[in-house]
Design a protein around this ligand. Structure first.
Ligand code: GDP
Length: 443
């Protein structure tokens, strides 16, 4: 999401380099380019217009921070306005939990938007907060929707509500009663969707709302449908009064314009984004972090949170100790590859690093996910003895490994070279003489 916007914006800002002041004239040029970038990212014309007006006023006004050059000052203003337009500071918590449980979260949206999947993702998110959610299938029309929700709940490791009841309003009411009885503290209602906006559906949703008094009504929107998502969000909001939006399939949408318009159109914040089909491909939406990412400043906070979730701290500690003793083996290297893969796709990680957004494409060709898989496959084809002592690897063994993992011998040689270099570097870092030399050099 926002990849091309990031690229285009950074290009636009270049025209301000070397200028000594922000003036009407140089602003005109850069704003025209920013406008193009926004429109290409599928930001609605009126949203783009308001945005540019505000940026222009601030840039020409007295709000430019002292000590910044024009390009920096402009980025600072654009950053603040991006945060504003995407919803301002995110609240401490995206779900307004009821003072008296259970909290009721009603998921609504068109068919195929990703409601059922998002119910599972939200359940995982809630579990991490120490909550115990119950998923409730209330889509009685779409074939297999109920089974799909049960399957998603199982994957997420949370219970789902089972009943003989066929009426969606009655199902939700019964689920609420069961949650109170059994102590489930968040009830997530997976309601039906249709392919198009439809009066009968809206009426049913209004009845479910009346019967369950939800604390949150989250509209699930498919980012790939762009401005259509904004239109349906508005229609759902008029009828039901949504409290927030989950934008799904942002992994398939490089534009991201919907993220700007939804807040403007409904007044309700974008709370979560879906970034893939898996349950863990789900994040809270932070306007400030997203603005930083769009401007190529990276999103280090999200990266750290992400890493904390994925990296096994104990394993990392053990690894650090082995490194300190210079016992780094090919087996350790394999574990490192696995850790990197657990963190998700390389391009996702690179996108969160400051300055990497714009050169993501080039970098991804060097450190591709596929390459890491190949390297891991090579080590997997080695015997434990070989992993612990790479000196055993003679020509015969290398040919056997190559046949086993389907990679050429040249790649095995490359891996060993990389391993030896890494080990050497680590050894030096542990050598007090080397460290003393480095310290002298740094002075
Ligand atoms: P529902 O009809 O609204 O309940 O939609 P589903 O949850 O069944 O999702 C429809 C399709 O979209 C499924 O194939 C999901 O795997 C897929 N999907 C949902 N969320 C995402 C996402 O964030 N990224 C991607 N790539 N696919 C998604």
């Amino acid at each position: 999401m926002f990849d091309s916007l990031t690229q285009k914006l950074s290009q636009a800002m270049k025209s301000l380099r070397g200028q000594s002041k922000l003036t009407e004239a140089n602003l005109e040029t850069v704003l025209r380019e920013v406008r193009m970038a926004l429109l290409e990212a599928d930001v609605h014309v009126s949203v783009a217009r308001t945005f540019l007006q505000r940026v222009k006023e601030k840039a020409l006004g007295a709000e430019v921070m002292q000590g910044l050059n024009p390009a920096q000052a402009f980025i600072d203003i654009v950053h603040r306005e991006l945060v504003e337009i995407m919803g301002g500071q995110a609240p401490e918590h995206p779900i307004a939990f009821a003072a008296k449980p259970p909290t009721v979260v009603m998921m609504v949206g068109l068919q195929g938007a990703g409601k059922t999947t998002s119910c599972g993702k939200l359940a995982v998110f809630l579990k991490k907060l120490g909550r115990s959610p119950l998923l409730v299938p209330a889509d009685v029309y779409r074939p297999a929707a109920i089974e799909q929700l049960h399957a998603v709940a199982k994957d997420a490791g949370v219970p789902s509500f089972r009943t003989e009841e066929k009426n969606p309003v009655a199902i939700c009411a019964a689920a609420l009663a069961e949650a109170k009885l059994k102590g489930w503290d968040v009830v997530v209602l997976d309601t039906a969707g249709r392919l198009h906006l439809d009066e009968a559906l809206m009426e049913e949703l209004a009845q479910i709302k009346a019967a369950t008094s939800p604390d949150e009504i989250l509209f699930v929107a498919d980012a790939m449908t762009g401005q259509d998502a904004v239109r349906s969000a508005t229609a759902f909001h008029e009828k039901l009064g949504i409290t927030g939006v989950v934008l799904t399939k942002t992994d398939g949408d490089t534009r991201g314009g919907a993220a700007f318009s939804i807040k403007q159109a409904t007044g309700q914040p974008l709370k979560f984004v879906g970034e893939g089909e898996k349950l863990e491909d789900f994040q809270r939406f932070h306007p400030d972090r997203m603005a930083q990412r769009i401007l190529g400043m990276g999103d280090v906070l999200s990266l750290i949170e992400h890493a904390k979730d994925k990296i096994d701290e104990k394993e990392a500690e053990v690894m650090a100790k082995r490194l300190a003793k210079n016992q780094f083996t090919l087996e350790d290297m394999r574990k490192q590859f696995q850790q990197v893969q657990k963190m998700g796709s390389m391009s996702k990680i690179l996108g969160m690093l400051p300055g990497m957004g714009q050169i993501k494409e080039q970098l991804a060709t060097v450190a591709t996910d596929k390459r890491i898989k190949h390297l891991e496959a090579i080590i997997n084809s080695m015997t434990p003895a070989e992993r612990n002592n790479h000196n055993l690897l003679d020509g015969k063994r290398k040919r056997r490994i190559a046949a086993g993992c389907g990679r050429p011998v040249s790649e095995i040689n490359q891996l060993i070279k990389q391993y030896v270099e890494t080990k050497k570097m680590m050894g030096q870092m542990n050598d007090p003489k080397f460290m003393a030399r480095m310290q002298r050099m740094a002075k």
